[in-house]
Design a protein around this ligand. Structure first.
Ligand SMILES: Nc1ccn([C@@H]2O[C@H](COP(=O)(O)OP(=O)(O)OP(=O)(O)O)[C@@H](O)[C@H]2O)c(=O)n1
Ligand SMILES: C[C@](O)(CO)[C@H](O)COP(=O)(O)O
Length: 233
């Protein structure tokens, strides 16, 4: 599906894959692990290329892993055009490094390299709402009961007041560039929190449930299940 028809603004996507994947406990960072024989990060790049084949793609990687990624691309005959940038010690710094390579496009999406199952609808909706309103992020309602506190002492909370947050998070580029001029704060867990701290409003759109962030070993099996469904790979 190529959804390039109804937009007027130019678009870029920064895929952050500069993390070490400590919770996965694998030999290589999780973005390079294979799902049905192909590295996670390649699925993620393909999802954005499928959405808009003319869009600029910037991939942020741990500096020491860049030669490994280049070799993976050769081994897998992966020729999809993208620019590679070195990451930083935090996701915040990796996004900042990605933004420094941005061309003068109007809209920029930031997406986790370890969310290969993002749907075309989610990408489209985030770009469309950001184009109209300035910033958009995908969220889901919480399906489990929630408690607040510690293992020793906790209280139930009203889950209808909460959303879980996904990527891509899409912004007018000028907004996000301005927001990322701020000093790092450990409370910045995503790009929306950075933008809001700089005074910008962020709009919510419905995400897709399969758009999991591959974090623990079981997530690889879940992702392979979805990728093995007819029409997915
Ligand atoms: N310094 C960092 C840290 C994270 N990320 C990226 O941000 C996304 C979400 O982060 P997370 O899932 O926490 O990845 P890791 O930091 O690699 O994992 P962990 O927290 O288990 O170490 C991932 O695509 C990850 O590669 C990044 O680009 N640069
Ligand atoms: C950006 C993110 O994926 C939105 O849910 C999330 O905040 C990343 O968190 P992490 O601390 O890097 O796991």
């Amino acid at each position: 599906m190529n959804r390039t028809d109804s937009h007027s603004m130019t678009r870029s996507t920064i895929i952050v894959a500069g993390g070490s994947g400590s919770r996965m406990k694998s030999d290589r960072p999780k973005q390079f692990l294979e799902l049905l024989g192909k590295p996670v990060l390649m699925y993620t790049l393909e999802a954005f290329h499928r959405f808009d084949s003319s869009m600029e793609l910037i991939v942020v990687l741990p500096a020491e892993q860049i030669p490994f990624w280049e070799q993976l691309c050769l081994n897998h005959h992966f020729v999809l055009r993208h620019q590679v940038v070195s990451g930083g010690d935090t996701r915040f710094q990796s996004v900042k490094n990605g933004l420094s390579a941005l061309s003068d496009s109007d809209l920029v999406a930031i997406h986790d390299g370890v969310r290969p199952l993002v749907s075309q609808t989610t990408i489209n909706d985030c770009f469309a709402v950001a184009e109209k309103k300035g910033a958009a992020i995908p969220v889901l309602s919480v399906v489990e009961s929630l408690r607040e506190g510690t293992m020793e002492k906790s209280v139930p909370v009203d889950r209808s007041r909460y959303f879980s947050v996904q990527t891509p998070q899409v912004f007018h580029s000028s907004t996000l560039l301005k927001a990322y001029e701020q000093a790092y704060d450990p409370l910045f867990t995503d790009d929306a929190s950075v933008a809001e701290s700089a005074g910008f409003r962020v709009h919510l759109v419905e995400g897709n449930r399969e758009n999991i962030k591959i974090t623990h070993p079981v997530d690889l099996r879940i992702a392979e299940f979805f990728l093995s469904l007819p029409g997915r790979k």
